[in-house]
Design a protein around this ligand. Sequence first.
Ligand SMILES: *Cc1c(COP(=O)(O)O)cnc(C)c1O
Length: 371
Amino acid sequence: MTAFLPFTRPSIDEATIAAVADVLRSGWITSGPKVQAFEAALSAYCGGRPVRAFNSGTATLEVALRLAGVGPGDEVITTPMTWVATANVILEVGAMPVFVDIDPATRNIDLAKLEAAVTPKTKAIMPVDLAGLPVDRDRLYAIANARKLRVVEDAAQSFGASWNGKPIGSTGDFVSFSFHANKNLTTSEGGALVLPADMDPALCERLRLQGVKRFPDGGMDVDVLGGKWNLTDIAAAIGLGQLPHLAEFTERRRALARRYLELLAPVAALTGLELPPADFTNSNWHMFQPLLPPGTDRAAFIAAMKERHIGVGVHYPALHLFSLYRRLGFKEGDFPAAEDVGRRTVTLPLFPAMADGDVERVCASLGEILG
Ligand SMILES: *Cc1c(COP(=O)(O)O)cnc(C)c1O
């Protein structure tokens, strides 16, 4: 029987497993030297900017908003085509998300429509690099600078991607990464926040852990409400083991994506399947997501792929149509491009350990089911 092919799967090598075992034996299993080493390595990757590690990419987004001074009465502009965490953290800090529809060509926030959404209450923009395809940083920061808005880059999916030849994370305002198990680089759960180059990380550290400020004499004070968002050394050891493989992971993902695009071009021409943008310069190919032909029964498609031992994901339904957001007044028809993608998108298997033959099997199955 053919083995089940999941839509993603982390690549953890034996050296990383041994490093995790060493941490477990060391007697120090929460935040410690491994977290510091991981932060230093991330900072080096991000051109020397200050970076702090967290236990999720949701916590990093929330802390970035707090550091940017976003709170009750403020508006934050973002995309409805993202993981719901992006918008949830805006609500969490007491602000209101203002959605701008996506550009169907990139499926990222439509920068041509962004300025029209700016109001006197707008404090920040939270762009999302969906599937690892970076939002145009030149245009984004031109708007942000002209309107004096902070930017919290939700780069949860774009670790390893680049813009103008520079790694995402090495430029810009706040940059938030996630190291969730499904992301291109994982710590099982985790995240990292890249701070503006000139920002003292002290407040970021207090927001991360109960607001605690420690003194050299062993005393402490708490002057701000913080969360419980520190990364463990166990998780950091996984991250340290992953980092040396980042470039090879990205390269492999790109090669697999290229093969998908080649093999699916004839299927697309025949069936109306819509392929993702063919970017091999900037994107880290976090996901490979075609849009099913309009009118296709997606649930039936996913079930048919499952029968063929192939896992298919959905990332994501347009988030303004979730009950929580409908209660805030959002409704069907508000963001037609995001809704169209939300109804038709499917995530096909793509991860570094996949074989070329796996791509061929997925494409053959897809052709069979749609044809
Ligand atoms: C994964 C993800 C997050 C949240 O990261 P966690 O580490 O799961 O908290 C936020 N935004 C986007 C776009 C993501 O893909």
